[in-house]
Design a protein around this ligand. Structure first.
Ligand code: GLN
Ligand code: ZN
Length: 743
């Protein structure tokens, strides 16, 4: 039998100890010079290559590394630099970070979620740019790594790049401009000896691919004509491409598929696979952290070899490994049995290598041992996986009835001012939490510290003139981790970091067993905060869909069932808050949209159970308990009905970047509940002026009447400095006061 190769699509860049983040942030803080910064980044980049050569991977990705985001790299390289960020030298790092993070005078490029993941990319902007190839990043990285590996350069393919960008005239026109640049880039790679290029086209899993196929065909025929020895391997992931049959006719050398999601195997069984192409088989799940199932994986490899018979077979993770932490090494405090069933990036690569060599008997036996690891988990897993037992939930009073009652109960001014929940997690806050975790601070001392911060910020909010206050979430390291730590069934890693956007990492909890509520989590701090002020204080919870989507779920229960268990636990927390006299409760669902399946045909089933899980948390509160929810930047139009069905009295959303666009969507769908306008972008260090926010509000007021709106930032303020937060909030309040005066 032909030799099977092991391959990888992308390596986690954050690092086990978030080394990448440290380097990046110390450069931003001007603690290191630009040249030292670039040198340190190079060290990390080469380090990643060497880790993969050490693991025995045959095809090592290069060019997947980035200083911020891989889409931004492509835009920057192709000179798609918005005018507001343009500097004399477009290849300058300042220009790059200005696009990423904004500058004093220019707002950052919009950020949005990468397919259905929690990774955020920067949206390339076409307006006013003349595309050209400013430099060749994959080539630079290829050459730099050559001493250690003959790497496989990775780029985002033209179809996906264009589809995910904005401000272009049409797919054809944009392709016309970009394709010569892609050709140049690939030719240069070829000239310097690269043999294979991985061209990522995850957008091929969208339904529109069929319709767009003629353009896609001309794109790849064009590129095929421009290279000779370089082999192009198109990589798709996160779903299966429905246009499989059409795609197989493209003149490329190989295909990469995600075999852990969708039904690509069925498509292959039905339509076969071209015998002259190589197949990059994404067998190892790059989105979850469980060990592969040994018997199943072996069967699949054998099937591919014997039945599908590609000219070359590669075993690889289903997608880039940036969606999982780097290694489980050192995670000694996990519950017994959990550690053994885990597999992070490093372990996943070892699985790929072993599977690629499974013709060897010893390797085969080791693979079969993987299955035993799961046995140890059964003792934590008694709840059943029965979707037909999930009940549906609904509030007793309709919104119109509740609205009347709540209006009388709260007596709020027009355009009530509030925030999304968190306040700056300053160095001091993080330091005290660390001291507490390290046992250097008693629980009492730590709680007292949190209360002092809370009290100080209740004062700041009153001072700023906000109408509905929050406690500030100083006790929370992370909005999901905090709840996971206080519920049964979750485990936590020490170093399980995954990049979320830019230098921001999250440490998703692992749901390994049955979920249970142990007792009140948030009510003490909420009622303490309420005791400090006459203004209402919102209780703050993370919603069930977000907890699920931002955790690594157990692999033996459906998402629907898992969400319903989390919701049942959160409902107890909601009732506890109500009992403690908290009359407004915010149940955040920033990850609600992210869970939406990529295929339209699968979306209704998702929204049905997700909405139901959300409603299960608040269906039996009193009519005068006001339920809020929050979602960050989202493309709402495809799920307006679901948002309305969630039946929250107030939803806060992002409105600063899209102008009034979002609000028009809400109007179009006759959304009848209240909307909190996220009038400024908290992701940027830039402090927005009152006039700027007034403009956003005024724009929204042309769409819907003022009585429907609240005013707030577009997300929590935990990543901002105190100075930035206080100044921005005071400007925000000024904007609202000015508008109130006019009404
Ligand atoms: N309440 C959370 C906070 O303010 C919400 C964060 C989010 O939406 N991502 O931090
Ligand atoms: Zn948010």
């Amino acid at each position: 039998m032909k030799k099977v190769k092991s391959s990888n699509q992308g390596y986690p860049r954050l690092g086990q100890n978030r080394e990448w983040k440290r380097v990046l942030e110390s450069y931003w803080k001007k603690e290191i010079s630009e040249s030292l910064f670039l040198e340190k980044m190079k060290e990390l980049r080469i380090g990643n290559v060497r880790k993969q050569t050490d693991a025995g991977i045959d095809l090592i990705p290069v060019g997947d590394f980035t200083l911020y985001d891989q889409m931004l790299d492509m835009a920057w390289m192709f000179n798609l630099i918005p005018e507001r960020h343009r500097t004399e030298n477009p290849a300058s790092i300042d220009c790059y970070f200005s696009m990423a993070r904004g500058s004093k005078s220019a707002t950052a490029c919009a950020m949005t979620k990468w397919f259905d993941t929690n990774y955020h990319y920067l949206v390339p902007e076409w307006e006013g740019s003349e595309p050209k190839l400013n430099f060749n990043k994959p080539l630079d990285h290829y050459l730099e790594a050559k001493e250690w590996a003959d790497g496989k350069p990775v780029i985002i393919g033209p179809y996906t790049f264009i589809r995910l960008s904005k401000g272009y005239e049409s797919l054809e026109k944009a392709a016309e401009k970009l394709l010569p640049l892609y050709a140049q880039l690939l030719q240069q790679l070829e000239e310097h000896g690269a043999q294979i290029a991985q061209v990522d086209e995850p957008a091929f899993v969208y339904e529109e691919t069929s319709e767009d196929f003629p353009i896609i065909q001309s794109m790849y025929s064009y590129l095929d004509g421009k290279v000779s020895s370089l082999k192009i391997c198109i990589q798709t992931y996160f779903e299966s491409p429905d246009a499989y049959q059409q795609l197989m006719t493209l003149p490329v050398s190989g295909w990469g598929f995600d075999f852990t999601r969708g039904n690509t195997i069925d498509l292959m069984k039905k339509h076969g696979f071209p015998a002259d192409k190589f197949l990059a088989a994404g067998i190892i799940d790059g989105r979850n952290i469980w060990r592969a199932k040994g018997t199943e994986s072996l069967k699949l490899v054998e099937f591919l070899q014997k039945k599908i018979k590609p000219c070359e077979l590669w075993i690889q993770p289903s997608c880039s490994l940036i969606h999982v932490p780097e290694t489980k090494e050192g995670e000694v405090s996990l519950p017994a049995g959990v550690y053994n069933s885990l597999s992070f990036a490093k372990e996943k690569l070892a699985e790929c290598v072993l599977l690629a060599g499974s013709i060897d008997l010893e390797a085969k036996n080791r693979i079969l041992e993987w299955d035993q690891a799961y046995q140890e988990l059964t003792k934590y897993r008694k709840s059943e996986n029965l979707s037909d037992k999930v009940q549906s939930f609904k509030r007793k009073q309709a919104f119109s009835e509740r609205e009347e009652i709540q209006r009388k109960a709260f007596q709020l001014p027009l355009l009530p001012l509030t925030t999304i929940g968190s306040f700056p997690q300053t160095k001091e806050v993080r330091k005290q939490r660390k001291r507490f975790r390290d046992g250097l601070l008693s629980k009492q001392e730590y709680d007292a510290f949190v209360k002092r911060e809370t009290k100080r910020w209740i004062g700041i909010q009153e001072e700023a003139g906000l109408d509905v206050l929050v406690h500030g979430e100083f006790e929370r390291n992370d909005m999901v981790e905090y709840f996971g730590e206080n519920l049964d069934g979750f485990a936590f890693t020490k170093h399980g970091w995954v990049q979320s956007y830019g230098s921001r990492g999250v440490k998703p909890p692992i749901i390994f067993g049955d979920i249970g509520w142990r007792g009140s989590i948030t009510s003490e701090l909420a009622s303490y905060s309420q005791s400090l002020t006459d203004k209402p204080v919102k209780g703050m919870l993370t919603g069930p869909v977000t907890i699920l989507n931002w955790s690594f779920p157990r692999d033996d229960q459906s998402s629907e069932v898992l969400a319903s268990f989390i919701a049942a636990a959160l409902r107890k927390e909601v009732l506890e808050l109500e009992k403690a006299g908290i009359r407004m409760i915010q149940i955040d669902e920033p990850a609600f949209r992210e869970g939406l399946p990529l295929k339209k045909s699968k979306q209704a089933a998702y929204t049905e159970w997700a909405v139901n899980a959300f409603r299960a948390t608040h269906w039996d509160v009193q009519a005068d308990t006001q339920i809020h929810t929050h979602m960050c930047y989202s493309e709402f139009s495809e799920m307006m009905d679901a948002i309305s069905d969630m039946d929250a009295d107030v939803i806060s959303i992002e409105t600063s970047r899209g102008g009034g666009e979002n609000i028009s969507t809400f109007k179009e769908f006759s959304y009848d509940k209240m909307i909190g306008l996220g009038v400024y972008d908290i992701h940027s260090p830039r402090i927005p002026a009152a006039a700027e926010m007034e403009k956003v509000i005024e724009q929204c007021l042309t769409v819907l009447p003022a009585g429907r709106f609240w005013i707030n930032p577009d997300c929590g303020l935990k990543t901002r400095s105190e100075e930035e937060a206080i100044q921005s909030l005071s400007n925000m309040a000024e904007a609202a006061f000015n508008i109130r005066d006019k009404h």
